[in-house]
Design a protein around this ligand. Structure first.
Ligand code: SAJ
Length: 425
């Protein structure tokens, strides 16, 4: 069996490597010569737990190689980016471009699976494109077997756990026809341990969008609560902890906004598909994006109470304990503070080797946590890395802290410059 994976990104490369480990001949196709060279030399261009060893193994055994060109295969998996444009419209141009290259080498008996997060109707659009480019092939239709099988099968893996979740998670497999779904099911069965459940391509497309929108709406609820509680002078973390003792309540955690490239993006695909009826989903997006502006304003208020003191921004990653800074609200907040306060801003990020480009020319610098505790009087906590949780209260009792993640719940309030501490009065 020969499998081609188009797009060697965060999903495509781990998927290609896993299938190769199962013994198939896998060709990973990418538009970047750098990516192709890196993979062919047995190395990886992305950070993911255990991926480097896996890729090195399958490349050295000859089961995986990378190429700039699509080759004839039995199965094609398309895993290319589907970003949103400025106007929030989904951009499926990379999917259609990949489908065009696949169309050139398609033959009877092949299976084409789209894995990219896509607006509802994209898999059908892909079928129409194949029909147009390859009139010699019979397309699958209700009641017609067709010469090829076309399916949509979203991934739902969590960065940092991709290799485990690719195998263990349940998969939802949407066929253009039930027969197509069964063909794709046979393929995934070879390496997925989770349940594989078949449905239509349109339903499967919507399932992926709905999963991430569900999370976005629930995070928005927590973020809205955090603002309300702050105005009421109530500790939101305590409220959430206590409310979650109810057997049917499970409130998520507030933060400085929602990062990553899925949860903050996918809900727009639904909103774009039916703007009139997606009021809650749209509002959740606005609440989560608005939380980032709110945090910048609140942090600035605190900083202005302590003129002349250095400010430590703790964390830049988009979530705890990972080294992924893409679409990170922490980078947005710290970046805006750095533009405003310049060299007073010190960044503490144990997972960063260099300063992200957002900080170029601002004078902000990376320092370690111990130095920050020695030098900085104001702390803005943006990411709940385990390392930050380890600072005991006596090491930070004299700091002014704005904690967006509830990392230091026992932090005493520091009186503003000019005010006297109660115990010194
Ligand atoms: N976040 C909060 N509060 C929370 C939980 C998360 O503020 O209580 C924030 C995080 O800090 C982060 C953002 O949300 O900035 C997203 O993080 P995440 O851990 O919720 O999700 P991702 O983006 O790493 O991965 C998501 C997952 N989807 C769901 O959990 C429904 C993953 O399963 C998907 O495969 C992935 O999106 C994707 O590729 O679509």
């Amino acid at each position: 069996q020969k499998v081609s994976v188009i797009g060697l990104g965060y999903i495509g490369l781990p998927t290609a490597a896993l299938i190769a480990r199962g013994g198939a001949q896998v060709v990973g196709v990418d538009v970047s010569a750098h990516v192709v060279e890196t993979v062919n030399s047995g190395r990886v261009h992305i950070e993911e737990v255990d991926l480097d060893g896996l890729v090195q193994g399958v490349v050295s055994r000859g089961n995986l190689r990378a190429s700039l060109e699509v080759e004839p295969s039995d199965v094609f998996i398309i895993a290319v980016p589907t970003p949103v444009a400025e106007d929030r419209a989904p951009d499926i141009s990379h999917v259609l471009k990949a489908a065009r290259t696949v169309a050139q080498v398609l033959k009877s008996g092949d299976t084409v699976i789209l894995e990219s997060t896509s607006p509802v109707g994209t898999t059908e659009a892909m079928r129409d494109l194949f029909a147009q480019l390859r009139p010699d092939l019979k397309m699958p239709e209700p009641g017609v077997a067709g010469d090829i099988a076309i399916a949509y099968c979203p991934e739902r893996v969590l960065p940092g756990r991709i290799l485990v979740e690719l195998i263990d998670n349940d998969r939802c497999i949407g066929g253009i026809t039930p027969r197509c779904a069964r063909k794709a099911l046979g393929f995934y069965r070879q390496f997925v341990r989770g349940a594989c459940i078949t449905t239509s391509a349109r339903a499967a497309e919507m399932v992926k969008l709905v999963e991430n929108s569900f999370r976005d709406v629930n995070i928005a609820f927590a973020n809205e609560l955090s603002v309300i509680a702050e105005r009421m002078d109530i500790d939101v973390w305590e409220v959430i902890r206590l409310a979650n003792r109810h057997p049917r309540v499970n409130i998520l955690q507030p933060g400085p906004g929602v990062g990553g490239h899925c949860i903050a993006v996918d809900p727009w695909f639904i909103v774009h598909g039916d703007p009139e009826n997606s009021r809650l989903i749209r509002t959740a997006r606005e609440v989560n994006d608005g939380k980032t502006d709110y945090v910048v304003a609140k942090a600035s208020d605190l900083i202005d109470e302590f003129p002349g003191e250095d400010i430590a921004c703790l964390g830049l990653a988009f979530k705890p304990n990972i080294d992924d800074f893409r679409e990170s609200p922490a980078v947005k907040v710290a970046g805006r503070l750095a533009k405003r306060y310049g060299r007073r801003i010190k960044l503490v990020e144990p997972y960063a080797h260099d300063l992200p480009m957002e900080f170029a020319g601002t004078g902000a610098e990376l320092i370690d946590l111990d130095t920050a505790l020695e030098q900085c009087g104001v702390f803005v906590i943006l990411v709940d890395h385990d390392m930050f949780k380890s600072v005991p209260v006596d090491e930070r009792a004299d700091k002014a802290v704005y904690d967006t993640r509830g990392v230091w719940p026992d932090q005493p309030r520091r009186p503003s410059a000019g005010q006297t501490a109660p115990d010194q009065a």
